[in-house]
Design a protein around this ligand. Structure first.
Ligand code: A2H
Length: 254
């Protein structure tokens, strides 16, 4: 894997209401009163104010892993193994899986999203999630991620196709960051500029993603939240530290 280490912020998003299928599958596998957290890995903690949904891949089988008697993390097996060697579970190098569940069965689950303006968000599908990266759980920020924006748009256009309820996908996109070249909704600007029509337009999406990341990081200024007015370069660390301090996130690297 070379020398490049990605420093992610792993966010703890507590499950509030499971989808009926997930509820049934998890029956008897967790102690009464246990909390399960969906744990998306993000490189843009300063955008967490604008979370609108949580993405899971319908095709990936995820695990529920025990952290303490009352707390459990929902991530891929691969991520759990990595976490075991980063001191995230109680015993170094060990992890304990209490359940396996397919992403498709969890769609429609309602979770808490720390820092988000909405407070609670729904889990919806994203086919392009890679099993070999991060935790396999991706939080959607359609204002600043082109991948998230185009998926969000597709879900709004074709809820029946994706087998979701239209009301699970918020209609409004919250502007978080302003940049000189792309305004207040960087992802939308780039998706339109590069004429991206579908989540499958991988090549253009990779270009949009690079461009959005560079412009956002080097020239972006926060226009929402506690650090409004600060450059993204500063706010990124401040938001990350605040989330870790409040217990809503932890550091995860790979
Ligand atoms: B980012 P890198 Cl606002 N499969 O978080 C596909 N994408 C994944 C993933 C997986 N298994 N795990 C994480 N990601 C996404 C926020 C965000 C992100 C914004 C803008 C850009 C952006 C909200 N989604 O990423 O390949 C996660 O989305 C573009 C760099 O490790 C994570 O950060 O560089 C990012 O990709 C990690 O990508």
């Amino acid at each position: 894997e070379g020398v490049n280490v990605q420093e992610y912020t792993a966010l703890k998003c507590k499950v509030k209401t499971w989808s009926p299928v997930a509820e049934k599958e998890l029956e008897g596998k967790l102690p009464a009163g246990a909390s399960v957290y969906m744990v998306p890995a993000t490189l843009r903690p300063e955008t967490m104010y604008g979370q609108s949904n949580m993405f899971l891949s319908p095709k990936i089988t995820y695990g529920v892993f025990k952290v303490t008697d009352t707390d459990y993390y929902f991530v891929t097996d691969r991520a759990a193994r990595n976490m075991a060697f980063q001191g995230i579970f109680p015993k170094w190098g060990e992890f304990s899986k209490v359940a396996s569940i397919k992403g498709s069965d969890v769609i429609g689950t309602l979770i808490n999203a720390p820092l988000s303006q909405l407070g609670e968000i729904y889990i919806v599908p994203m086919d392009t999630i890679k099993e070999g990266k991060g935790t396999g759980v991706v939080t959607s920020v359609p204002s600043d991620s082109p991948d998230d924006f185009i998926m969000h748009r597709d879900l709004m256009k074709k809820p029946e196709f994706y087998n979701i309820k239209a009301e699970w996908v918020p209609k409004e996109i919250l502007p978080l960051i302003e940049t000189p070249s792309y305004g207040k909704l960087t992802a939308q600007f780039l998706v339109e500029k590069l004429k991206i029509n579908s989540p499958k337009d991988a090549k253009q999406l990779a270009e949009a993603k690079d461009e959005a990341y560079k412009e956002g990081f080097y020239k972006g200024v926060m226009i929402y939240g506690e650090f409004s007015g600060k450059p993204v370069q500063e706010a990124k660390e401040l938001v990350r530290e605040a989330l870790i301090k409040s217990g809503d996130a932890f550091a995860y690297a790979e």
